[in-house]
Ligand binder design. Structure first.
Ligand SMILES: NC(=O)c1ccc[n+]([C@@H]2O[C@H](COP(=O)([O-])OP(=O)(O)OC[C@H]3O[C@@H](n4cnc5c(N)ncnc54)[C@H](OP(=O)(O)O)[C@@H]3O)[C@@H](O)[C@H]2O)c1
Length: 336
């Protein structure tokens, strides 16, 4: 990193994750000397207000990114594969939100609260896990360190914005259509999401969704637990922002739920919200707009030895995507 005031570019700046990233750079006063925004030809010429001023969105083409010190990629795996190596070759660092490099052994996969120590292994590209694996590893890492993990079972409740602005906008349109008594249409997803719960919509890899495969592989990689036994079912729910998951963990050693609450309260990135009698538990509406992973419903699971059940919610666009990437860039600056 040549400068403590890097020239920054965001690719996919008009999207759900990239747009949030541009806002978070401003919220955290990221010390950029310049900020350039790129998207597809559809958005070229659009103007976006950023903390460094009114900025025109440009079409990403050729060697546009050559002068950038840090490039955040939030435009899909194909765009990252095409452009991130060029950024690294030119001496910059690509902080990638897509799935392109997450399982590449030459590219560190970083959740700052969990494995920041691996960041120094980068050679110009840093990968970020997907929006379920980030909060899941933040919750599991303290349990892994204190008790050991034997088996983790996860059922997700994933928001529409996790599939991008297309599905988030479509859910909004479907809500209005249902309220008006007309028939909602499904274009961005295989089924109408409003008033529905959909255990699919991702590309299939055999009998599993691609998302289930990613959550397992990325969680194992971030936790450095390649043989951790995991069972995952991913489900899309009619929520605009905020992914949640029910998690059942079989630990190596018995843990008292009160001790777990204390442990998680002291863990970075976690907020314990766990008073169900007072109707206090994690919910997407409560967590949207914040960077913590909210954890609650922590209790013994009598179904397994040393079993614990819990529930978490996290803002998929912030901690599940943009905040994690900006934290990575902050660490890169700190360690330069
Ligand atoms: N949404 C989440 O919760 C989340 C969480 C973690 C990771 N991610 C990852 O972030 C990436 C973006 O996802 P998203 O949900 O933000 O999708 P999105 O809302 O559909 O946004 C996609 C962005 O990419 C741009 N884009 C598309 N094709 C491009 C091209 N050929 N060259 C340059 N820019 C191009 C789009 O520009 P236009 O506006 O011009 O079409 C838009 O800015 C994906 O890799 C996804 O896996 C998303």
């Amino acid at each position: 990193m040549p400068s403590d005031r890097p020239a920054v570019a965001v690719v996919g700046a008009t999207g759900a994750a990239g747009g949030t990233l541009v806002r978070i750079l401003g919220e955290r006063a990221f010390p950029a000397s310049a900020l350039e925004l790129y998207a597809s030809p559809r958005s070229a010429g659009r103007r976006v207000r950023t903390y460094l001023g009114d900025t025109e969105v440009r079409e990403l083409s050729g060697d546009a990114l050559r002068g950038a010190d840090i490039v955040f990629f939030a435009a899909g795996a194909g765009t990252s594969r095409r452009h991130a190596p060029g950024v690294a070759d030119a001496g910059g660092i690509a902080v990638d939100k897509s799935s392109a490099y997450r399982m590449d052994p030459a590219v560190p996969l970083i959740v700052p609260e969990v494995n920041a120590n691996r960041l120094s292994e980068h050679r110009g590209i840093v990968a970020n896990p997907n929006c379920v694996a980030i909060p899941l590893t933040i919750v599991l890492a303290p349990l892994q360190r204190a008790y050991g993990l034997r088996h983790v079972t996860v059922a997700t409740y994933q928001a529409a914005s996790g599939a991008g602005t297309g599905l988030a906008d479509e859910l909004d349109t479907q809500m209005r259509a249902d309220a008006a008594g007309s028939t909602p249409a499904a274009n961005a997803y295989p089924h109408v999401l409003h008033g529905n719960v959909i255990p699919g919509g991702w590309t299939m890899q055999g009998a599993d969704t691609e998302e289930e495969v990613k959550v397992i592989a990325e969680t194992r990689r971030v936790l450095d637990a390649p043989s951790l036994r995991m069972s995952v079912t991913t489900v899309r729910v009619p929520v605009i922002v905020g992914h949640s998951a029910a998690v059942w963990v079989e630990l190596d050693a018995d843990a008292d739920p009160d001790d777990l609450r204390a442990l998680l309260r002291d863990s970075p990135g976690v907020m314990v919200v766990d008073d169900p009698t007072a109707q206090r538990y994690p919910m997407p509406r409560a967590v949207a707009g914040s960077d913590d992973v909210q954890v609650g419903r922590i209790r013994r699971d009598a179904g397994t030895d040393n079993g614990i059940a819990l529930f978490f919610s996290a803002d998929n666009l912030r901690k599940g995507a943009a905040t994690n990437a900006v934290q990575v860039a902050e660490l890169l600056l700190r360690d330069r």
